[in-house]
Design a protein around this ligand. Structure first.
Ligand code: WTA
Length: 662
């Protein structure tokens, strides 16, 4: 690797807008035929049989796509399969002794754990037997509230084995968030843990889970994984069960994988939307697993012999699809890292890549921007030559960060896939195919073959290349969400109503709207501009401004609040809260602290406001609508947009002055 300074790198790469996939990569890539785009278009929807063919089916499906009742599209109908059998059992003969999961714990002096496919299969079976014993029946929703410990994927696969959908709640979410999700799903089972490590210190988790449980309206059986030392023991109540005891009691037990209909729910994942109430995204067994597998092999180039590293958290969809289901269905070795990239040193990730000889690295732009800020000396002190492919997900990546990643992590020999997708899409949608297409920093690339993605205006008409518009998906795909849990109407309202003829039975009249803005180049490369709804993206974590606002107005002394996302160099976006206090309350530091704490306890630390700005009024239109656009301009220090439609234009400069002075 040469040693350009940042400035030299910039100068050398700045002009370059397109990068060809490295020949050494193409020579071995899973997908190399550029004819795939045409082939899939001509052979749609049968092209998706290629995805289904990556799985083992108990019963073959009879219909690829049933589009008779849009937007309730069904895929691979008539077929049945089990996700856990696809991720474990079928690999035992050939790969039983190969590593399925390489787990790297946080305290560095601790033993890391390797689970071979056989070992993982064994523990999943034992825990599946334990869950059945606890009374978990097919279709019962089991909530999993755990950090990055092996018992999380084990519990997911155990649920899948017995046909019980899981609902994973990110461990960084608060007790309230857990309770909301358990209540919404009527979930009577919880698997959690005593705590975990963060930057070398033990962090309490069970107390948070208990507090959440106290807000659950029905009885719950709880399983507790022991992650911390005995020094951190917790009182266990009658309906709390120790994970190790349960598994030990089932030693050697096997549970036949339940044959699930392709359209049966595999899992539920709550995500943020426009309203304060999280949306329960429903994913199915056949379509989702096919999608995670097909995209995993076509885009991440996963092969069974790889050691594949996705640095996301399993508590988000990226971890579901690309740490657990996709990689394990493909029989590869998937890595799981419990800690943060800067502990004990800022080279932790590179140390891990070197030690495990990771072949792929899939992470978020926010992490890359942090690495870039820390400096190239950290990756340069490690041998990263095992890497063959790099990926990013979760937010737009700026060309500068892209080029830094390309040079300092990939050594200019790894293609980068910038993958646009969402919790709802189940897996990747817009990205280059790394063995086929040229890359364009800052642009995700063309839609995957077989997808009809357009950039349209308010009326649904396609906009000219280079112009900003709204992203739509005009044909269904196997990995799509099927509905919002127990709320078909909200499913239609949130994703379809904007651009569809909702009275039509013709599937062509139904258009999926992901709520992202985008533009497209002459040759079909798509640059995603970001959300156009009230969702913000902090460090690649998706948060609803309404959820944060309702947490803030729940704080004593707060009369009204408006939350927006402002640009942040590392996080992408940061939370800015504009708050009006009630009479008799002072907008002082103590109040700001209480507000931050209120957000912490209602949602979690990821949603903490970067700045709390007290103001006597919020800028409102004459009809009483808050002008968020102006609040964003203020947060960003941008020139203020048009204030002429405001009822109270004078307030804008007053707030702007406050933000500057803080
Ligand atoms: C954003 C994460 C630009 C987008 C997998 C989307 C992206 C939201 C990209 C979904 C990308 C994701 N470029 N923006 N490559 N990937 N996004 O549900 O706004 O947590 O709607 O799924 O993240 O976030 P979610």
């Amino acid at each position: 690797m040469s040693h350009d300074t940042d400035a030299e790198l910039e100068a050398r790469l700045a002009e370059q807008e397109r990068f060809s996939p490295p020949e050494s990569f193409v020579a071995q890539a899973n997908v190399t035929d550029e004819g795939i785009y045409e082939e899939f278009e001509e052979n749609w929807p049968e092209c998706w049989e290629q995805a289904a063919a990556l799985l083992d089916w108990d019963e073959p499906y009879d219909t690829v796509l049933d589009d008779s009742n849009p937007p309730f599209f069904e895929w691979f109908t008539g077929g049945s399969l089990n996700a856990s059998a696809n991720c474990l059992d079928r690999h035992l003969d050939e790969r039983g002794d190969e590593a399925a999961i390489e787990w790297i714990g946080e305290p560095t002096e601790e033993e890391n754990r390797t689970y071979t496919y056989r070992e993982l299969h064994r523990e999943v079976n034992e825990f599946a037997a334990a869950l059945k014993d606890l009374g978990v029946a097919e279709d019962d929703v089991v909530t999993l509230y755990m950090p990055m410990i092996p018992e999380l994927p084990i519990a997911m696969l155990a649920c899948a084995r017995i046909g019980a959908p899981h609902s994973v709640v990110f461990a960084g979410f608060s007790a309230d968030a857990l309770a909301t999700r358990m209540n919404a799903a009527d979930s009577e089972f919880l698997v959690t843990c005593d705590g975990y490590y963060r930057r070398g210190d033990p962090l309490e988790h069970k107390e948070k889970a208990d507090e959440g449980l106290s807000g659950v309206e029905h009885d719950v059986e709880t399983v507790v994984v022991d992650r911390l030392d005995d020094d951190y023991d917790h009182p266990m109540e009658a309906n709390h069960h120790d994970y190790d005891d349960l598994v030990e009691a089932q030693a050697g037990m096997t549970v036949d994988p339940v044959s699930r209909d392709a359209e049966d729910m595999l899992f539920l994942m709550y995500t943020s939307g426009t309203t304060g109430q999280p949306k329960g995204v429903k994913h199915t067994t056949g379509g989702y697993l096919s999608w995670a597998s097909w995209t995993g092999q076509a885009v991440l180039d996963i092969k069974p012999e790889d050691t594949y590293f996705c640095a996301a958290d399993i508590g988000w969809i990226t971890g579901h699809s690309y740490i657990v289901y996709g990689p394990l269905a493909l029989g590869t070795t998937t890595m799981m890292y419990e800690g943060t990239p800067d502990y004990p040193e800022k080279d932790r990730l590179w140390e891990i890549v070197e030690e495990y000889e990771a072949n792929q690295l899939y992470t978020a732009p926010t992490a890359i921007r942090a690495f870039m800020k820390w400096g190239s000396q950290y990756p340069e002190s490690h041998d990263l030559s095992s890497l063959r492919l790099l990926g990013t997900v979760g937010e737009p990546i700026n060309p500068r960060a892209w080029k830094w990643y390309y040079k300092y992590i990939g050594g200019e020999e790894c293609p980068i896939v910038d993958t646009w997708w969402q919790t709802e899409t189940g897996g990747m949608m817009i990205t280059t195919l790394p063995g086929v297409s040229e890359m364009s920093p800052g642009s995700a690339g063309p839609p995957l073959p077989g997808l009809d993605v357009r950039i349209v205006d308010n009326d649904g008409e396609q906009v000219k290349p280079g112009r900003a518009g709204y992203l739509t998906v005009n044909k269904p795909w196997p990995g799509m969400l099927r509905t919002l849990y127990r709320n078909d109407e909200r499913y239609i309202d949130e994703y379809w109503r904007t651009y569809s003829d909702v009275d039509s039975d013709d599937p062509d009249d139904w258009v999926y709207f992901p709520e992202d803005g985008a533009k497209i180049s002459e040759d079909g490369y798509i640059t995603v501009l970001g959300r156009v709804d009230d969702v913000i993206n902090v460090s690649g974590h998706r948060l609803g401004t309404m959820e944060i606002e309702s947490a803030i107005v729940g704080v004593e002394g707060v009369a009204e609040a408006a939350v927006v996302g402002g640009h942040h160099d590392v996080k992408g976006e940061a939370v800015y809260a504009y708050v009006i206090t009630e009479d008799g309350y002072e907008g002082d530091d103590a109040m700001a602290e209480r507000i931050i704490e209120g957000v912490n306890s209602a949602i979690g630390p990821i949603a903490r406001p970067e700045q709390v700005v007290f103001t006597p009024e919020l800028p409102k239109t004459r009809s009483g609508k808050i002008m968020r656009r102006l609040l964003e301009d203020i947060a960003n220090g941008d020139e203020l947009g048009n204030t002429s439609t405001l009822r109270n234009p004078e307030i804008v400069s007053e707030i702007a002055a406050k933000v500057k002075n803080d």
